[in-house]
Design a protein around this ligand. Sequence first.
Ligand SMILES: Cc1cc2nc3c(=O)[nH]c(=O)nc-3n(C[C@H](O)[C@H](O)[C@H](O)COP(=O)(O)OP(=O)(O)OC[C@H]3O[C@@H](n4cnc5c(N)ncnc54)[C@H](O)[C@@H]3O)c2cc1C
Length: 410
Amino acid sequence: MTNSHYDVAIIGAGMVGSALASLLSRSGFSVALVEACEPQPFDAQADVGLRVSAISPGSAAVLRQAGVWKSISTQRSRPYRRMQVEDGAQLEPLLFDAPVFNLERLGTIIENTLVQWSLWQVVAAGGLVDIYCPDKLDGIEFGPQQNRVKLISGKHISADLVVGADGASSRVRKAMGIRQDYRAYNQHGLVAVVAKQEPNPGVAWQRFMPGGPLAFLPLPDGRSSIVWTRPSIEAERLLAMDSEVFMAELDTASSGWLGRVEDCGPRAAFPLSMRLSDRYVAQRTALVGDAAHVVHPLAGQGVNLGFADTAALTESIIRARFAGVDIGSAGVLQPYDRWRRAESEAMAFGMHALRSLFDGDGLLPLRRVGMALVKRSWVVKDLFLQRAAGIGGNAPKLATGATLQDLMQG
Ligand SMILES: Cc1cc2nc3c(=O)[nH]c(=O)nc-3n(C[C@H](O)[C@H](O)[C@H](O)COP(=O)(O)OP(=O)(O)OC[C@H]3O[C@@H](n4cnc5c(N)ncnc54)[C@H](O)[C@@H]3O)c2cc1C
């Protein structure tokens, strides 16, 4: 039975956990990374995957420090410089253009497997991280000097700090005894890769309709990756129908945007919910990513919040190490908790309010006032955009251009 000690043990190597492993190992911390299933390799010859994310400029800066942005952005990815938001009630669209807000781009659409696989390769090849995979967390013994992590393989590891990056059903969170505010939306997000008559010119387009929004996100070959939020029963119906019938329904829902739907690949749907943890830290333990918070995907912010968590935690513990402070102490973890909880809750409630405002016809007058306000006010638009870009609010330094070297030099 092994019993190795690390500065940090990370449970979960999804996009968020593996980004954190890379950031911390590149900052000189000893890191263990525990993952249940080896990530699926990214295959550039295969068709575009169903799961893509809109990666914000703030997250791109974090991924650059994690050592993967250059390789990701030169593979299969598509930047977008315009966001167009429409309302099913035919109000005038809202346009957000990157140059108006002094941004080079508003975001980049990338397949999740490309992000996760690139991070996994950097972490595995660097030799700086001990990887336990396939293996799973079995339990945590919390201690005053260190935490002991038991894995289902029977191995034990100990660490000054344990991080739960193990997704929405986090076992780490359960072991910490942290309660969550959980709201099921009774909606599913239906995803597919779709070709329209005209190629997507690099615009993230979203139409709000009763039942949920429909988004077309640009892919490198002119097709779009769609996320169509529908009530769960309706999503089941859309999944089950023939491709031709589905394309006809999608045509109607997206009428007026880039012509007819000409082709559609396989479809899948994911249940949508909002989950907010009461706390993100406990004794020598912290949560990042979906383990801490799950938000509605209508503004594509879930993994972006997760990358901001990794940047904030990295910043907090680098500062502690250089001040000679125990990285698992309450004095280091409590400020991280307050910082990231405030940011994630603001985003989650913002998405929740937006979703409610556009869901149904009852609030049409209010919606009209809201759209008009945002359209007229550059300040409101700018605030919204800076947040969505991951560089507004109380963004971590790594998201706004600082390097790991800058942090290590104080
Ligand atoms: C339809 C849809 C569209 C979305 N679009 C966007 C978007 O455009 N932009 C955006 O920012 N976000 C988006 N999101 C949200 C985003 O996908 C998630 O926030 C993100 O994938 C969460 O990453 P994570 O690494 O925190 O968790 P996960 O991806 O869930 O990773 C958790 C990892 O932990 C491992 N694990 C679990 N339990 C254990 C255990 N006990 N021991 C060891 N390992 C374990 C798992 O195998 C997994 O690898 C979208 C979500 C949906 C549903």
